[in-house]
Design a protein around this ligand. Structure first.
Ligand code: HEM
Length: 219
């Protein structure tokens, strides 16, 4: 297996399209949500053709995000199950941040940081969706009382802040670990990348234990 001639398929085309639809929805929701959150940020509504268009679009984009993220859950839940050595990895995380992964236990397909992002979003996106339904005046305004809607606004805002923080961690990690972004744009990583960041996964792929993650000639 020569590292210059072979690559490992990490994400299929369906995985990647689903991921980027999720990412676009999330960014649009963040921009429109922030514009509604504070008057200082209302200028962001210009990106959506003004306040009214933005207010009408935001909940629909939220529905699309939920559907899209459900697609990611179906595709990725199994590889994000938490194992004993995830705790060990978290204890050694300072070495990952220092780009010195030699001291970190070998990692399977996903590390504990990726699992944290996955499960946090799995919790936060439904919370955002259901609290959002309660405050979607045009369709559900009559369905609940004002105190319930006030509580929903608070929950919606807190969940949004948490999701944005998790997203910042996710994007930072994606940029920090060189060549990760290529995995999500072109679908593949090199054996050297897998050896460095996901050694157990590399062994499993070499043994043919991951159905869709296969070794191929470099495109
Ligand atoms: C717009 C900015 C984003 C960028 C640049 C980005 C980048 C990436 C990259 C590079 C990977 C592959 C990591 C690897 O295989 O090592 C990835 C995976 C993933 N991303 Fe994103 N992402 C973004 C937004 C999002 C959002 C908003 C969500 C969810 C709400 C999300 C959820 C995921 C999930 C679930 C995976 C797969 C990890 C797994 O196997 O569970 N991403 N992303």
């Amino acid at each position: 297996m020569s590292s210059s001639k072979t690559v490992i398929i990490r994400y299929t085309k369906v995985n990647r399209i689903n991921h980027w639809i999720t990412a676009i929805c999330f960014v649009l929701l963040t921009l429109s949500g922030l514009a509604m959150f504070h008057p200082m940020l209302f200028w962001l509504s210009g990106l959506f053709g003004g306040g009214q268009w933005m207010r009408a679009a935001h909940p629909w984009i939220g529905c699309l995000l939920l559907l899209s993220y459900l697609g990611l859950i179906v595709q990725f839940w199994r590889e994000n199950l938490v194992h004993k050595n995830d705790v060990e990895w978290l204890k050694q995380m300072r070495f990952v941040v220092a780009n010195d992964e030699g001291h970190v236990p070998p990692v399977g397909r996903n590390n504990a940081g990726q699992k944290f992002v996955f499960w946090s979003m799995t919790l936060l996106i439904p919370v955002l969706f259901f609290s959002g339904l309660v405050i979607w005046e045009v369709y559900f305004g009559e369905a609940t009382s004002i105190p319930v809607q006030r509580a929903a606004v608070l929950i919606h805002s807190l969940a949004a802040i948490a999701a944005i923080l998790v997203w910042v961690v996710h994007v930072y990690a994606a940029i920090w670990v060189r060549d990760s972004v290529r995995a999500m744009t072109q679908g593949y990583v090199t054996p050297g990348w897998a050896w460095r960041h996901h050694r157990t996964w590399l062994r499993e792929v070499a043994n043919g234990e991951h159905g869709k993650d296969v070794i191929r000639k470099r495109p």
